[in-house]
Design a protein around this ligand. Structure first.
Ligand code: C2O
Ligand code: CU
Length: 485
């Protein structure tokens, strides 16, 4: 049996460079995943989401209000909560303050019908200012998801157009608490009381532009009370447009029980690398009354405390930590024997290499340079150069409906890329860089020079976006789409 310290060191040496996976070689937990539940029709939940500018003083803004763009009045981030089997009926109204600022809602990670997927031009018209659009679907999987705009995403998401979508029905027994932790930066200049540029040439051609202000649920290092010694479910959602985090917990035991909303056999959290759009559900044994545990980002250059948990009240549990697992999701199992294989190569364009190589002084001067098209990235040599997706290229691949596929994803760049596929949940088979448990996901973090195989059944007909979720990369070429026909 490894001690905790040996385990952490062991896991941290997996992979190369700064970013590591978080798999345990020896699961210490004994409880098996719960049986899947049948999807049976539930109730209809109707919501109105009005995209508008709202002057909001998030706690992390230190008393200042900023012109955020959000989907609803009241608390940020908005939360939509359904039971598995419930149908969501969501009316989006666009009241954004610019005449040409169209919007849409993408329900990230939900395996829904193509025309509800919220990608402008590809599956629906963009929703113009003054106009509305209606979404209706029944999510097939329980878990932790989120939704966000898919138009001018770098700015609209940068200003706050997002929300959390939770579908209940995956727990095998009640946890002592259930808390959302939405992690993201803000691209703000607090002195000036305004947002900074959301997109920079140099950021787009490199790792993206990181925001200077970190937050959890809109607060800087908030104190989160948890029932003392309780087994608490923490839904950790990285919705930052850019930042890749290495999430760990100090002062408490914690297990990962779901990745991108989908249950995994619980295993100890050491460090988990989370790119934009990625989620993990943790079960954390809360500290005893008055004691503190910390959620941290261990990315270089230094450890950052994101939030801290304080135990409150009488101790809930006395047994050794052996977290209750979630229920298995009903994701179609790919047939690896008959699967067709396709390769996708993620690369920098020639312009991207040039801009990424110049030094910072020149990089700043390049800000004024007028590039006819900002194409810094390609997938299989092809960019989708159009930031608002208005002009459709042909699909990157046409998949046969019902066929199993193995995709080999290869990152031929010095930067990490969280690669997302719409409308499908895939299984990670293997990687040449990171040791991670077998799991399902909708977004996979690809390290520099990493090659990873993923598999899924192309069972959902339509045109599905396939892109990097570092939004500046997406908007400067690293996007395409797959056609399932
Ligand atoms: Cu959350 Cu096309 O993305
Ligand atoms: Cu990328």
């Amino acid at each position: 049996m490894l001690t905790r310290r040996q385990f952490v060191v062991g896991a941290a040496s997996v992979g190369t460079g700064a970013i590591v996976g978080g798999a345990s070689a020896r699961p210490r937990y004994t409880r098996k995943l719960g049986a899947p539940v049948e999807l049976t029709a539930g109730k209809t939940v109707a919501v109105r989401l009005t995209a508008a500018e709202r002057s909001i003083a998030l706690p992390c803004f230190g008393g200042r209000s900023l012109p955020m763009w959000t989907f609803a009045d009241g608390e940020w981030p908005p939360l939509i909560r359904l039971n598995l089997g419930d149908r969501l009926e969501a009316t989006l109204e666009n009241r954004l303050p610019r005449a040409d600022e169209s919007t849409s809602i993408h329900w990230h990670g939900i395996r829904l019908p193509n025309d509800q997927d919220g990608v402008p031009y590809l599956v629906q018209p963009p929703v113009l200012p003054g106009a509305s659009f209606h979404y209706g679907f029944t999510p097939p999987d329980a878990g932790t998801f989120f939704f966000h705009t898919h138009c001018n995403t770098v700015e609209q998401l940068g200003r706050g157009l997002e929300g959390v979508l939770i579908i209940d029905g995956d727990a095998t027994e009640p946890y002592d608490a259930d808390t959302v932790l939405l992690l993201r930066d803000w691209q703000v200049d607090l002195e000036g009381g305004q947002f900074n540029a959301f997109y920079t040439l140099r950021g787009a051609a490199r790792a993206g532009t990181y925001g200077p202000l970190r937050s959890v649920n809109g607060a800087q290092n908030p104190e989160i009370p948890l029932p003392a010694s309780g087994d608490c479910r923490l839904r950790v959602v990285n919705t930052d447009p850019t930042r890749v985090m290495q999430i760990g917990v100090e002062g408490a035991e914690a297990a990962i029980v779901a990745i991108d909303g989908i249950a995994v056999q619980p295993y100890p959290l050491a460090i988990w690398s989370m790119g934009p759009a990625m989620r993990i559900d943790l079960v954390l044994r809360a500290p005893s009354e008055g004691k503190i545990a910390r959620l941290i980002d261990k990315s270089p250059p230094g450890r950052v405390e994101l939030a801290h948990f304080v135990g409150k009240g009488a101790p809930r549990r006395k047994t050794t930590f052996d977290p209750a697992p979630l229920r298995i999701a009903r994701i179609p199992e790919p047939d690896l024997k008959t699967a067709e294989r396709l390769s996708f190569l993620f690369q920098a364009s020639e312009a991207g290499k040039v801009i990424s190589a110049v030094d910072d002084a020149l990089g700043a001067a390049l800000g004024s340079l007028c590039l006819s098209q900002e194409i810094f990235w390609t997938i299989n040599g092809r960019p989708w150069p159009d930031r608002d997706h208005a002009r459709l290229p042909p699909p990157l691949a046409v998949l046969r409906r019902g066929q199993s596929y193995v995709f080999t994803l290869r990152n031929d760049t010095p930067f990490v890329h969280p690669i997302h596929i719409h409308g499908h949940t895939f299984k990670l088979l293997r990687s040449n860089k990171q040791s991670r448990p077998e799991h399902h996901a909708d977004t996979l973090l690809l390290l520099p020079e990493e090659q990873a195989d993923i598999a899924f059944v192309a069972d959902n007909p339509g045109d599905w976006m396939f892109h990097c979720h570092i939004i500046e990369h997406q908007e400067s070429g690293m996007m395409g789409y797959l056609r399932v026909a």
